[in-house]
Design a protein around this ligand. Sequence first.
Ligand code: MG
Length: 373
Amino acid sequence: MKITDIEVIELRVPPIDQECTWGEDALLVRVITDTGLVGIGESDTSPMVARAIIEAPSSNLYSTGLKSLLIGENPLEIQKLWDKMYWGSNYLGRRGAGIHAISAIDIALWDIASQFYQVPIYMLLGGKYRDTIKAYGTFIPDDIPAQNKKIVRKLIEQGYTSLKFGGGILGDDDDTDVEIVKAVREEAGDDFELQIDLASKWGTYGRSARMFKRLEKFNLHWIEEPILADDMKGYKKLSGLTGAQTAGGESLTTRYEFADFLKYAQPDIIQPDITRCGGISEMRKISELASMNGTKLVPHGFSTGILLAATIQFLAASKDGDLLEYSQSDSPLFTSLTGSLPALENGNIRVPDCIGLGVELDEELISKYRINS
Ligand code: MG
């Protein structure tokens, strides 16, 4: 079997000259083979940048677009191809968008392998540890603190037993942050599992430490990205405070960055995103690092059903993979691109015994939101 083409699809809901927020654009790939098998992948990144990294012609030995590196290769040689992409793009890649693009292709290669061997991806990864995975819902908070009670009530009624909120105005003003957390905690009840995500908007160790203290009485499960993951000393000091656990790392890529993050930042939880960190292949290596460092891994995920499907397969095959992030985005790229999303049963989702990612792309929706030809 040989790879004959890689189709790159850029999707975007708002027009290109208008603001785009989380979940409103996407970068998909289809890895096409000479046998008719096609693998699907995605990266939650800047679609136009990742497309260039895949489609660029070769400039030199170290600056080669990923597509030209893979044409003619056997898609089943997943790790060998990962290494080839990493090496052949290392001037322009190595971290950031270069690894985002590799992630999308890596996911598609696992999709092909599962179809070729006719066993689920979790089986190729070593087996299924669990039939169900607890899902925590992530929502963007309303600007008016009290309005968040309604959102929380609705999600608890759907069956969620764990929730996170972040984005929107969270992190803009300390007093408002406290008010929002207070409203959500009141509605959810004292024992409900609750976490918040600052998207690094608190910015500094000092402000974060003050906020950790102010929020201590609300018994948060974790506080995510109070500061940039690059501020590893700040993270280490925050992790030493009592109260909520520290979580972060969604913007980091590769085992190399996570090795440093684990060593120097010592977070309680790391959150690699399978569509950014280097795909399923690299996620497994990062997972091993986390387990050797006494750190929990809870994958980040706030994009399409492709990300969700790949994350579920990884978690099913991961010894400690017992918590899934479940976006509450109302973007059509999340709600409709891959048909129906996994159903919530008592706060859990069931691991599908499907071949490949098990997602069927809505071609009409792709035509409607595609911005490249
Ligand atoms: Mg986050």
